[in-house]
Design a protein around this ligand. Structure first.
Ligand code: SDX
Length: 431
């Protein structure tokens, strides 16, 4: 008679154990009863990059990597990209439902009225070199906010968490724009709350001498859709960092500084910058074959390709590819897109990539759009961090409401030295 459990026989002792299965998983702690002696610690599960470990239960984002499916709170990403706005999606991620008109108005009002930062933040920004990487500046700015809002430490209070969610979603574009303007040696542009979320960001980045900045509608909408696509992605590296750091009950700004650090890595959110640099280095379509050869020899990686979860085309990459053509109608065609399309075409037909199920991911085409809009290449991870803020905060709030949440503290397999006596300096061997 089938039953929802595993029967495990430990061949070291001949003992048999029954381990319950729930939602397609076993609880790792249930392995601890499997011992060879009373004083045995019990079995651990070893999963160094969490390849097969669920760290939490979450209702926010669903991904089917084999089918290339991505849904926020059950809504397909394709529909949200076509019909929604970033702020509406941020509300959906945090609250679990699409907002009604009055709820969206209140949410928009609350975010828009938390876009200003303390004037002292300017002093932090002014302290950076002109060529400081903007992700380092953003990380610093977010960490600094934890010192301006001591009430953020009340992480167990839902109303306090809500206030920090408004503040952080509101202020992250301002911090990013201040970093961008500092590197150009330009004055800081303050938020214009009459504009949309993406429109105001463009205003703080690109406003020059005009009295009121008017965003290009095509670019404003393209950026808003790109923000939707980057908003959340279940337990990715930076979200895992957010949850792990926040599990100590530290304030969300300190946790988010860690998440921004994780996202900066070239294997994660830094891949959009690395992908653009890679395409520029390839230089022309006729050089793609040589590059692919070097990848297959293990000398290079196609940045913006491959994914731990997607073993099919990243649905976000398909949408970004379409947005690129729309943006080019306004900005002019970025020739790097032809190299990217050729690279994708060759890779998707080559056994090396097919066998490893390597497809374009969210970072493959996004940098080409950002370059066409006029962003410097090291701003691209910042353009990932801004929208991912709502995902990080939604995951944080969900974790803080989950009664199963305890401080994250993994175990290890110790394979170091056994106990040994202190060695006088004259008798030590060279390490
Ligand atoms: C993001 O997790 C998320 O959800 C992340 C993200 C999100 O929204 O938060 O989707 C955003 O981070 C997207 C990924 C951006 N990173 C890149 O584009 C960097 C390039 N891609 C990789 O380095 C890699 O594919 C990862 C990091 C994305 C996934 O790494 P895994 O799952 O650890 O896979 P792996 O490194 O073990 O590779 C498996 C095999 C290896 O070959 P073999 O050793 O078996 O011969 O595939 C090869 C790798 O060499 N491989 C690649 C490759 N990615 C993997 N070969 C060439 N080019 C690549 N891009």
């Amino acid at each position: 008679m089938p039953s929802d459990d595993l029967t495990i026989t430990d061949n070291r002792t001949g003992q048999t154990y029954t381990i319950p299965i729930k939602d397609g998983a076993i609880r790792a702690i249930d392995l601890r009863q499997i011992k060879t002696a009373e004083d045995d610690f019990g079995l651990l599960s070893y999963d160094p990059s969490f390849e097969n470990t669920a760290s939490c239960r979450s209702a926010i984002t669903f991904i089917d990597g084999d089918k290339g499916i991505l849904r926020y709170r059950g809504y397909p990403i394709e529909e949200l990209a076509e019909k929604s706005s970033y702020l509406e999606v941020a509300y959906l991620l945090v609250n679990g439902e699409l907002p009604r008109k009055k709820e969206l108005e209140e949410w928009t009002y609350n975010v828009a009225h938390h876009t200003l930062v303390h004037e002292n933040i300017r002093k932090f920004m002014d302290g950076f070199h002109h060529d400081a990487h903007p992700m380092g500046m953003l990380l610093t700015g977010i960490a600094a906010l934890s010192t301006f809002y001591p009430d953020a430490k009340n992480v167990t209070e839902p109303d306090e968490r809500r206030m920090q969610i408004y503040r952080t979603i509101g202020k992250i574009p301002t911090l990013a724009a201040f970093a961008y303007r500092h590197r150009l040696g330009m004055y800081y542009v303050y938020p214009d709350d009459d504009l949309s979320y993406a429109g105001n960001f463009l205003n703080m980045l690109f406003k020059m001498g005009e009295i009121k900045y008017k965003p290009n509608r095509v670019i404003e909408r393209a950026l808003d859709v790109l923000f939707i696509l980057h908003a959340d992605h279940e337990q990715n590296c930076s979200t895992n960092a957010m949850r792990s750091i926040a599990s100590s009950n530290v304030d969300p700004y300190s946790a988010m500084a860690g998440a921004i650090g994780a996202l900066s890595g070239p294997l994660h959110g830094g891949a959009n910058q690395a992908a653009l640099t890679m395409l520029a280095q390839i230089g022309s379509k006729d050089k793609v074959w040589d590059f692919v050869k070097r990848v297959k020899q293990g000398e290079e990686r196609i940045m913006g390709f491959g994914h731990r979860v997607y073993k099919n085309y990243d649905p976000r990459a398909k949408i970004i590819r379409r947005i690129a053509e729309e943006v080019f109608e306004t900005t002019g065609r970025n020739p790097l897109i032809d190299i990217a399309v050729e690279l994708e075409h060759i890779a998707l037909q080559d056994d090396y990539f097919v066998e490893r199920k390597l497809y374009p991911n969210v970072d493959f085409y996004s940098g080409i759009i950002y370059q066409a809009i006029g962003f410097s290449v090291d701003m691209y991870p910042v353009l990932f961090a801004i929208p991912r803020t709502s995902g990080w905060l939604a995951q944080w709030d969900e974790m803080m409401r989950d009664s199963a949440t305890r401080i994250a503290r993994p175990r290890q397999i110790y394979d170091g030295e056994p106990a040994r006596p202190y060695m006088p300096i004259g008798k030590r061997r060279s390490s």
